[in-house]
Design a protein around this ligand. Structure first.
Ligand code: MF3
Ligand code: CO
Ligand code: CO
Length: 275
């Protein structure tokens, strides 16, 4: 059974089975958190060049989030030690930043979350390093369209299945595979809250969308099959068939009018190419 709860000062700050419905102050808080997260991705754009390491990008992101007065909440999250996940080429998500040097032709996702006053701004974008083959650029472009088509379905009266369906339909029309093993999630005062937001599904199924809901939409789309496997580090997810994978993520809130995107790029750097 699906239940909803209006968030008040004494609502527990933990994941519970009820879907949280937030009020106006929460939207104000999420705008601030989302802006810091998006500004951090904006600031990374000029740094993503051949020769930089993913560890250097992570250091920059951590410092930028802290300088903005926010918490890089991924650090310490289930034992994770970095501010970002940086997922290059066939890495689907949860790539661990480190010594890896980026090369022209790579595509990568940088995913980060900034917390301010308890509000979680969770967002990711794709980046292209130097000249990138057309088939990789096409994957990145279609994945961005998938996320935005999902967001278009995010309005009161629709159901979560309408979002998943719109994403899946567009990906599969392009003969891409939609990853099933990772989903979007409720967001707000809790990082990964109810409900799960699948990036596939059937229209009219799943929880109905109500004003005050906040969640992420973060489709992972593969050029090949949907299957993923986890590397021996027990963390990094890669495509089973080693095909390229792309992802974009926004944190959004449902209003009477539709979706408000909390993590829009202030500089208009919504998708690559950024220059
Ligand atoms: N930001 C990721 C998400 O979109 C979660 C990263 S968890 C971490 O939900 F521990 F790997 F950082
Ligand atoms: Co997320
Ligand atoms: Co994220």
């Amino acid at each position: 059974m699906i239940t909803y709860v209006d968030v008040t000062a004494d609502t527990p700050r933990s994941r519970t089975s009820a879907i949280k419905l937030y009020g106006a102050d929460a939207f104000e808080g999420m705008r601030r958190a989302g802006r810091i997260a998006a500004e951090t991705l904006d600031a990374l754009v000029p740094l993503v060049v051949p020769g930089v390491t993913t560890g250097e990008l992570d250091d920059f992101a951590r410092n930028a989030i802290v300088a903005a007065g926010a918490i890089p909440i991924n650090i310490g999250y289930s034992g994770y030690a970095h501010a970002t996940c940086i997922s290059v080429n066939h890495v689907v998500c949860h790539g661990i930043p480190g010594a890896k040097t980026l090369m022209a032709g790579d595509i990568l996702n940088i995913d980060l979350t900034a917390v301010i006053d308890g509000w979680h701004g969770d967002t990711s974008r794709m980046f292209l390093v130097g000249d990138v083959p057309l088939k990789a650029k096409r994957l990145v472009h279609v994945t961005y369209e998938c996320m935005m088509l999902g967001i278009e379905q995010a309005h009161p009266g629709n159901h979560l299945g309408d979002i998943g369906h719109a994403i899946q339909r567009h990906a599969e029309k392009n003969r891409y595979g939609v990853v099933r093993d990772f989903v979007g999630h409720g967001v707000g005062l809790v990082y990964h809250d109810e409900p799960d937001v699948a990036h596939y599904g059937r229209p009219g199924t799943g929880p109905e969308l109500r004003p005050g809901m906040m969640f992420t939409i973060e489709p992972m789309i593969n050029i090949g099959k949907p299957g993923v496997k986890i590397l021996d580090d027990d963390w990094t997810a890669v495509t089973r068939d080693r095909s390229l994978s792309a992802q974009f993520e926004h944190s959004i809130g449902i209003t009477e009018q539709g979706a408000e995107i909390f993590t829009l790029s202030p500089k208009g750097l919504h998708h690559p190419p950024y220059r």
